[in-house]
Design a protein around this ligand. Structure first.
Ligand code: KIV
Ligand code: ZN
Length: 545
C-alpha cells in the first residue's frame, strides 16, 4: 500500500488480533493467530495489528511469526502495539523485524480523567512523553502510528497540541480513539474536523479512527469521521473487542461499498464512480467471520448486520413475496457479495482424497500435508454418518480439526447413559502428554452435566462453566453440531469449541478444549494488559531475542 499522507481511499486497519483478542474469552494460540492473519491478508486488509509484543513471550512470538509468514512484500503492513515506554517500543520493533512493511503503534492517554487517575501525570509530562516516544519509535521503523488514548473525552485544545508534537516527532498516522465509546456521530465528526483545522502539520499524517461500541455507535461515528477527513479505520471482524467491542470491519466495508455514491464526493470522486472505496475483497467477508467466530468462541448474534445468520434470510411472507418478484424490493446487497454462496452439496462417501483436496483449495484453505491427512480422516468418518457433505461441513471439519489448542488433556473416550428412567451417568478417559490414561465416572442432572463432572474429577482444574451453546452447521437430522462453551477462572474467561455429528461428543471435546486453554494460562502466568496495566515493566529477559 502506498502510505501517502492523503490516501484517496479508506485504509482498513484490522485489530482483531490485538483489540479483538482483548475480549473476555477470546484468547488465541499462536497457530490460531497465524491462521486468522493469513485470512485477513486474503481479505485484503491494509494493516494487521498482530498484537502487543510486550505482553508476554507468547504474544511476542505470535507477532514475530505473523511478521515472518504474512508480512511479505506484497502483503499487508504488520503492526505491533506499544505503550509509550522504551521497553514496549523496543519489543514491538524486535518482534516486527521479519516483516517487509512494519509499523509501531504507540499510545498514551490524554483525557484529564486518565491523566489524573491512571497515569498520575500532568499535561506537560504527557506532551513530553508522547514526543520522546514517537521519536524513539521512528528511530527504529519508518512507519509510526500515535494514539492519544481516550481522545473522545480529551480537551480538544490539548489534543491538538499532542498531535502536533507527535507528528513533528515523526508520527506518520495519528489515530483518534473513542476508547470508551462515548461520543455521538456528530461530535466525533466535529472532533475530526477540528483536528484537521487546528493541527498545523496535520497534512503530514494520515488521520485514523478507533472506536468502541458501548453505545452501539462505533460504525456510525466512523462513517461521520470519514466524511470529515479520516482515511484509516481501525476495526475488527464481527466487531469483537474490549467490552461491547470495536467498530465491525464488515459493516464499515459494506456501508462504504453499498453507499459508495453517497460517500464518493467526500473523496473528491464523481458521485457515480464505481471504484471501490476500500481494497477489501468482500467475497472473503463471510468466511473470515466464520473463522474468527469459531477460533475465538465469540458467537455471532443471528441478527448481526452483514454476517448474522438472519442477515439475508427473509422470514416474513410479505418480504419473501417481494424478494421473489424483484430482489431489490427488500435487499440492498446480494449475499454473494460477502461470499455467502448457496450451501453446495459437494462431496460424499465415495469422494476420494483428490476431490477433497481440490474442494478445500477452491475454498481457499491452505493446509500442510499433515493437516490435510488429519482432515481427510475426519471427512471419511463424517461421510460414514452423513450422506451429503457441504462446503459448510468441510469448513467446520477444518476449523475444528486443524486449528485446535495445544493439548494437555486429550479426550480418548466418552460414554453416557441417560433417558427418562435413568440417572445420567458418564464415563470419560483422558490422556495426558506423558501418555497416562485417566478414567473416572460421574452422575449429573443431564448427560452434559455428567460428562463435565467426570472430566472435572479427572483433571481437577478449578473453573466455573458460564456459557454452553449448540448450533447446527446445516439443516437436517444428520447435521454437524457445533458446541461452544465458556469457563471462568479467577475473573478470566476461556472458551472451547468443537464440532461433531454427536453433540454429546462435541460437548466433551469443547470442554476439554477450554480446559486446555485454561491450564496453559495457569502454567504461563499473567500477561500485561496494554491499557489497564499502566505501571507494569516486564523484565527485559522475558522477551525472547
Ligand atoms: O481503545 C483504545 O483507545 C485503544 C488504544 C490502544 C488505541 O485500543
Ligand atoms: Zn481499543
Amino acid at each position: 500500500m502506498n502510505n501517502s499522507v492523503k490516501p484517496d481511499r479508506v485504509i482498513i486497519f484490522d485489530t482483531t488480533l490485538r483489540d479483538g483478542e482483548q475480549s473476555p474469552g477470546a484468547s488465541l494460540n499462536i497457530e490460531e493467530k497465524l491462521t486468522i492473519a493469513r485470512q485477513l491478508a486474503r481479505l485484503g486488509v491494509d494493516v494487521i495489528e498482530a498484537g502487543f509484543p510486550y505482553a508476554s513471550p507468547g504474544d511476542f512470538a505470535a507477532v514475530q511469526r505473523i511478521a515472518e509468514v504474512v508480512g511479505e512484500e506484497q502483503g499487508p503492513i504488520i503492526c505491533g502495539l506499544a505503550r509509550a515506554t522504551r521497553a514496549d517500543i523496543q519489543a514491538a520493533a524486535d518482534a516486527l523485524r521479519p516483516a517487509a512493511k512494519k509499523r509501531i503503534h504507540t499510545f498514551i492517554a490524554t483525557s484529564d480523567i486518565h491523566l489524573q487517575y491512571k497515569l498520575k501525570k500532568d499535561r506537560h509530562e504527557v506532551l513530553a512523553i508522547a514526543e520522546e516516544m514517537v521519536a524513539f519509535a521512528r528511530s527504529l521503523v519508518e512507519d509510526v502510528e500515535f494514539s492519544p488514548e481516550d481522545a473522545g473525552r480529551s480537551d480538544p485544545e490539548f489534543l491538538y497540541q499532542v498531535l502536533e508534537r507527535a507528528i513533528a516527532a515523526g508520527a506518520t498516522t495519528v489515530n483518534i480513539p473513542d476508547t470508551v465509546g462515548y461520543t455521538t456521530p456528530e461530535e466525533f465528526g466535529a472532533l475530526i474536523k477540528g483536528i484537521r483545522e487546528n493541527v498545523p502539520n496535520i497534512n503530514h499524517a494520515v488521520i485514523s479512527v478507533h472506536g468502541h461500541n458501548d453505545l452501539g455507535l462505533a460504525v456510525a461515528n466512523f462513517l461521520e469521521a470519514v466524511k470529515n477527513g479520516a482515511r484509516q479505520l481501525e476495526c475488527t471482524v464481527n466487531g469483537i473487542g474490549e467490552r461491547a467491542g470495536n467498530a465491525a470491519l464488515e459493516e464499515l466495508v459494506m456501508a462504504l461499498h453499498v453507499r459508495r455514491h453517497y460517500f464518493n464526493p467526500y473523496f473528491g470522486r464523481p458521485i457515480q464512480s464505481e471504484d471501490p472505496l476500500t481494497q477489501i475483497d468482500t467475497r472473503q467477508i463471510y468466511k473470515t467471520s466464520r473463522l474468527v467466530s469459531s477460533l475465538t468462541g465469540m458467537l455471532v448474534q443471528p441478527n448481526k448486520a452483514i454476517v448474522g445468520a438472519n442477515a439475508f434470510a427473509h422470514e416474513s411472507g410479505i418480504h419473501q413475496d417481494g424478494v421473489l418478484k424483484h430482489k431489490l424490493t427488500y435487499e440492498i446487497m446480494d449475499a454473494q457479495l460477502i461470499g455467502l454462496t448457496d450451501n453446495q452439496i459437494v462431496l460424499g462417501k465415495l469422494s476420494g482424497r483428490n476431490a477433497f483436496r481440490n474442494r478445500l483449495q477452491q475454498l481457499d484453505f491452505e493446509l500442510t500435508e499433515d493437516e490435510l491427512n488429519r482432515a481427510f480422516l475426519r471427512f471419511k468418518e463424517l461421510a460414514d454418518k452423513k450422506r451429503e457433505i457441504s462446503d459448510w461441513d468441510l469448513e467446520a471439519i477444518v476449523n475444528d480439526e486443524i486449528q485446535q489448542a495445544p493439548e494437555l488433556f486429550h479426550l480418548e473416550f466418552v460414554q453416557v447413559t441417560c433417558g427418562d428412567r435413568s440417572q445420567p451417568t458418564a464415563t470419560v478417559t483422558l490422556r495426558t502428554p506423558d501418555g497416562q490414561e485417566l478414567t473416572d465416572a460421574a452422575i449429573g442432572t443431564g448427560p452434559v452435566d455428567a460428562i463435565y463432572r467426570a472430566i472435572n474429577r479427572v483433571t481437577d482444574v478449578p473453573n466455573e462453566l458460564i456459557e454452553f451453546s449448540v448450533q447446527s452447521v446445516t439443516a437436517g437430522i444428520d447435521a454437524i453440531g457445533e458446541v461452544t462453551i465458556r469457563l471462568r477462572y479467577q475473573s478470566k474467561i476461556f472458551s472451547g469449541h468443537a464440532a461433531n455429528t454427536d453433540i454429546i461428543v462435541a460437548s466433551a471435546q469443547a470442554y476439554v478444549n477450554a480446559l486446555n486453554r485454561l491450564s496453559i494460562f495457569r502454567q504461563q502466568g499473567r500477561t500485561v494488559h496494554p491499557q489497564r496495566d499502566h505501571e507494569t515493566v516486564r523484565e527485559k529477559s522475558a522477551i525472547p531475542s
